[in-house]
Ligand binder design. Structure first.
Ligand SMILES: Cc1cc2nc3c(=O)[nH]c(=O)nc-3n(C[C@H](O)[C@H](O)[C@H](O)COP(=O)(O)OP(=O)(O)OC[C@H]3O[C@@H](n4cnc5c(N)ncnc54)[C@H](O)[C@@H]3O)c2cc1C
Length: 418
């Protein structure tokens, strides 16, 4: 009599098949999943920490500055109406260097635009994306869940999906998307190396309330220990991000709220009025993490898994969202295999200029404004003055949110995905 196969052996022999498996449902992975909903592609989204949980690392206490291209992408994904209810428009940008004469001021209206971008609490973005993912066509969402035993062959990627309750399901995908953040386990499992440069800085993010409402100005102030960003919030407060040395951050994180606010005020000044109350502080060590390549066999990296940046110019998520929008476009347009080497090469080639440009721009800003080389301060200030006086330079900054090159994703241009 023939022996019958065990359930485990059967599931290995007949794995569940999907077209695209996205590992990581943070800001970028959830956006990609939503972009692919209803395109006919079978998507599995795996996230190991439920949105709304205090431990969720993507939808946390931070606020994110979204450029206009990101607004258009969110419009295309059908989430902007909900997000915009909690968004503050950036109508002006003020950049200054502590203790020096140079500063630059940009007004959106002078560039013929309504706003340079919008500041939104990350939790609001998370709630909008995940709310929309509920019942999204063709997207199977698993949370909290993780993947194990990753085995990537030339034909498919195989893995075991493990739920919090311990259920295990052998699964295979034509394309594996690493959207699992800067410490991407998928990137490592795919054998992709990443370079890490430590900026020796820690960012402290906190929402603060002042003695007067904001007028839609976003401030960036460069100080000897690092930059301070003060971003307008809906309702009149500010989202602050103070980047400083790890030692200074450790001291600042110990302080009671009023003492912290006094230190922040001393460092930033009085442009935005007196800071009075604040929310919870959260801290982030700052590094530039760059994957050696964004594609490998049956695998693609997007968002922080591909490149994690210093928040100095508020570009990390905007860049990652363009990764997601272009990947959704390329997959939706594919007539055959969505994980083919040709498709992956095309995606990687198309994203290279934008990715390289944003990484160089952001890293260059950190180094220029963090430099203690004699004369660097003068160069910075002349640069800021020149910037304030030079219409082309201002126009260049106003266009930063469109991306730094390569094809602009259709969604970012306000067009439908297909
Ligand atoms: C202080 C600060 C301020 C910032 N401000 C801005 C800004 O104003 N504008 C801007 O554009 N960018 C900003 N950024 C950058 C932005 O936050 C990141 O670019 C963005 O979070 C990247 O999103 P992501 O989804 O790629 O990665 P992450 O946010 O790291 O999300 C990764 C997700 O994957 C999940 N995950 C991890 N491992 C696994 C696994 N094995 N299995 C399943 N799921 C997994 C995690 O739980 C998480 O949900 C800022 C960053 C910092 C630190």
């Amino acid at each position: 009599m023939a022996e019958s196969a065990s359930p485990a052996a059967l599931s290995r022999a007949m794995p569940r098949e999907v077209d695209v498996a996205i590992i990581g449902g943070g800001l970028v992975g959830a956006s990609l999943a939503l972009g692919l909903a209803g395109t006919g592609v079978q998507v599995l989204l795996v996230e190991n920490i439920a949105p709304g949980s205090a431990a969720q690392p993507s939808f946390d206490e931070r606020t994110t500055a979204l450029g206009n291209a990101s607004r258009r992408i969110f419009q295309g994904l059908g989430v902007w109406d909900e997000i915009s209810r909690e968004a503050a428009a950036i109508r002006a940008i003020h950049v200054s260097d502590a203790g020096r004469f140079g500063f630059a001021r940009l007004q959106a209206a002078q560039h013929g635009i309504d706003a340079f971008g919008y500041v939104v609490p990350n939790r609001v973005i998370g709630a909008a994306l995940w709310g929309r993912l509920e019942g999204a066509k063709g997207v199977d969402v698993r949370v909290p869940a993780s993947v194990e035993d990753l085995d990537i062959t030339t034909e498919r990627a195989y893995f075991t999906l493990v739920t919090a309750a311990g259920a295990r399901e052998v699964t295979s995908a034509r394309l594996l998307v690493a959207a699992d953040g800067a410490h991407s386990a998928v990137r490592a499992a795919a054998g992709i190396e990443a370079s890490i440069e430590d900026y020796d800085q820690v960012a402290i993010a906190a929402a603060v309330k002042g003695d007067r409402g904001n007028d839609g100005t976003a401030y960036e102030r460069f100080t000897p220990s690092g930059p301070v960003a003060v971003l307008p919030l809906r309702g009149g407060g500010y989202g602050t991000i103070w980047s400083c040395t790890p030692q200074r951050a450790a001291q600042l994180l110990q302080l009671p709220d009023d003492a912290y606010l006094a230190e922040l005020q001393r460092c930033f000044g009085w442009r935005a009025g007196r800071f009075r109350r604040m929310g919870r502080r959260a801290s982030y060590p700052l590094k530039l993490t760059r994957a050696a390549t964004t594609v490998a066999r049956r695998t693609v990296l997007i968002g922080n898994a591909a490149q994690a940046l210093h928040p100095i110019a508020g570009q990390g998520f905007n860049l990652g969202l363009r990764d997601a929008a272009l990947l959704a476009e390329v997959i939706a347009a594919a007539t055959g295999d969505v994980g083919s080497p040709e498709l992956l090469r095309k995606f990687s080639d198309w994203r290279a200029a934008d990715r390289g440009g944003v990484v160089r721009f952001t890293d260059g800003l950190v180094r220029l404004f963090g430099s203690r080389i004699p004369g660097a301060g003068l160069v910075r200030n002349l640069g800021l003055l020149a910037f304030d006086l030079s219409p082309p330079a201002k126009r260049a900054l106003a266009r930063v949110s469109l991306g730094f090159g390569g094809p602009t994703p259709r969604l970012a241009r306000g067009l439908p995905l297909q």
